[in-house]
Every structure is written in structure tokens, then in C-alpha cells.
Design a protein around this ligand. Structure first.
Ligand SMILES: Cc1cc2nc3c(=O)[nH]c(=O)nc-3n(C[C@H](O)[C@H](O)[C@H](O)COP(=O)(O)O)c2cc1C
Length: 260
């Protein structure tokens, strides 16, 4: 997937178990990534700044920095994936350093009030493992809280978006409640919501807004559906990754039906 067929980069050269989709939509095994050199980290931070500036130029109100779901910044947070020996590894402070450097650099470039961050505490996706647990997330959420960001977007570990049949795990930590105080600003909560449960989460005060994944894929005018209480299209998992218009632009749209 990288330009010129280069290996993906990671904190450490550790392979993830299982498969991912290639550009043709075929399941292929993960490759062992290449560990980023310490000297390359400044370039990476500049890339985030450039991407944020590009987003503003393209007309977006702000950017969400992806520190969730086993993506690069999340890999640095976890000692399962981060086994480096430089100042970006070891202690919780060191493992959080890259995320915070990126957040600070992007906030300086476009304004902290235009920057949100997404995290997925206790999600086991892509072999995410960490020995610190609560202490890690306490540190990260309070450090982010000190930065007056637009919001913190937390994915609840009770839900698994890769398995529609799995019931919500009510024993899992409720991360919106756990970290609202440490962060102190607006919280967006995601994971397994339906309109009614999202409204309840906001009414309870633990979250300020809710985000949806699967429902939005199948209902491009999802807010309109909620407003009208209209029945939702069910998503088709078989068309989630790759392919053409089917499952991408051909779900029935309430707005288009009304216009017709
Ligand atoms: C097809 C599909 C692709 C997704 N891709 C990503 C992704 O690239 N990055 C990410 O952070 N989350 C991704 N997600 C997770 C969603 O952002 C969201 O957190 C998740 O679906 C839970 O919300 P839901 O229960 O409303 O679906 C994806 C979800 C689906 C269904």
C-alpha cells in the first residue's frame, strides 16, 4: 500500500497477526513493518502539519488526529508494539511523546480549537497490548486536556465493529465516563450506538456527542433519518471494503427519495 511498494513504518518491526485488505480488496497477510528511525520522526510530524494545512485549504473546519485502532500513533502508545529504545519508548511519558508532539505541532499550525484526537482505550484490535492500562490512558487524556483541543473522540471498548453478531460487552470499561474529567473538554463517544442509546449517553452527561460508523455507511443522510425517526438501511458487510458503487453509493437515500 506504500508508495513504491515500500514497507509500512511502525515503532518496532513487529508483525500483526491475521490479514488485511490489499488495494484490490483481497485478504493478504500483514507484512512485518520497518521501525522508524528516531531521525525520521521530525519528518513524520511535518507530514501531520502539512496534512492539517491541506485540510484547512480544502475547506475543512478542522482535523482529527488518529491515535486509535492500532494506527501509527496508537502503536507508539502501547508497549506491545513499541519496543524501541529511544525517548519515544519505555515509560508512559515517553510512549505518549509522539502523539503529544503531533498534537502540539498541528495545534500550533491551525489552532488548538480546530484539532480533535481519536483514541480507543482497551480495544484489542490489531494485537493492541499494553501493560500499563489505566495509568496510560489517565496520562494521555489529562495531557490532551491541558491543550484546549476541540474535542476528544473515544471509542468504547464494549463494542466490536468487525463483528455484527457480538453483543455489547457490558463488563468493558466505560471510557467516556472514565476520562471525561481528566480531559475536561468536549467528549465524542463512539461504538455500538443506535440513535436512542446515543441520545441517552449525551443526556447522562458522560458524552457531549456521539459518532457512528456502520449506520453512516448504510445511511449517507443519517442525521436526516434520526431527525425524522425514519427506519435505517441495514449495512451490508460484504461490500464494506473495496469494490465499486455497490454498498458505497447505492444505499437508498431518504433525501434523494423525497427529492424524486
Ligand atoms: C468498514 C469500516 C471501516 C472502518 N475503518 C476505520 C478506520 O480506518 N479507522 C478507524 O479509526 N475506525 C474505523 N472504523 C471504525 C469506526 O470508525 C467506528 O469507530 C466503529 O465502526 C464503531 O462505530 P459503530 O458501532 O457505530 O459502527 C471502521 C468501521 C467500519 C465499519
Amino acid at each position: 500500500m506504500q508508495p513504491g511498494g515500500a514497507l509500512p513504518v511502525a515503532p518496532s518491526a513487529i508483525i500483526v497477526a491475521g490479514d488485511h485488505m490489499d488495494a484490490q480488496g483481497n485478504a493478504v497477510p500483514f507484512e512485518t513493518p520497518r521501525a522508524l528511525e528516531t531521525e525520521e520522526i521530525g519528518v513524520l510530524v511535518s507530514d501531520f502539519i502539512q496534512a492539517a494545512r491541506n485540510s484547512r485549504r480544502a475547506g475543512f473546519d478542522g482535523v482529527e488526529i488518529h491515535g486509535a485502532n492500532g494506527y501509527l500513533l496508537d502503536q507508539f502508545l502501547h508497549d506491545g508494539s513499541n519496543q524501541r529504545t529511544d525517548e519515544y519508548s519505555g515509560s508512559i511519558e515517553n510512549r505518549s511523546r509522539l502523539l503529544l508532539e503531533v498534537v502540539d505541532a498541528v495545534a500550533a499550525a491551525i489552532g488548538a480549537d480546530r484539532v480533535g484526537v481519536r483514541l480507543s482505550p482497551w480495544s484489542g484490535i490489531l494485537d493492541k497490548k499494553d501493560s500499563a492500562g489505566l495509568a496510560l490512558w489517565d496520562h494521555v487524556t489529562s495531557e490532551l486536556g491541558a491543550r484546549n483541543l476541540a474535542y476528544l473522540h473515544l471509542i468504547e471498548p464494549h463494542s466490536d465493529f468487525t463483528d455484527d453478531e457480538k453483543p455489547l460487552d457490558m463488563e468493558a470499561p466505560d471510557v467516556a465516563s472514565l476520562f471525561k474529567k481528566a480531559f475536561g473538554g468536549p467528549i465524542i463517544s463512539a461504538g455500538g450506538f443506535v440513535p436512542e442509546t446515543s441520545a441517552a449517553a449525551v443526556a447522562s452527561g458522560k458524552a457531549d456527542a456521539a459518532a457512528f460508523g456502520r449506520a453512516f455507511i448504510a445511511n449517507s443522510d443519517f442525521p436526516e433519518h434520526i431527525r425524522k425517526g425514519a427506519p435505517l438501511n441495514k449495512h451490508n458487510r460484504a461490500t464494506f471494503y473495496g469494490g465499486g458503487a455497490e454498498g458505497y453509493t447505492d444505499y437508498p437515500s431518504l433525501v434523494a427519495a423525497q427529492a424524486a
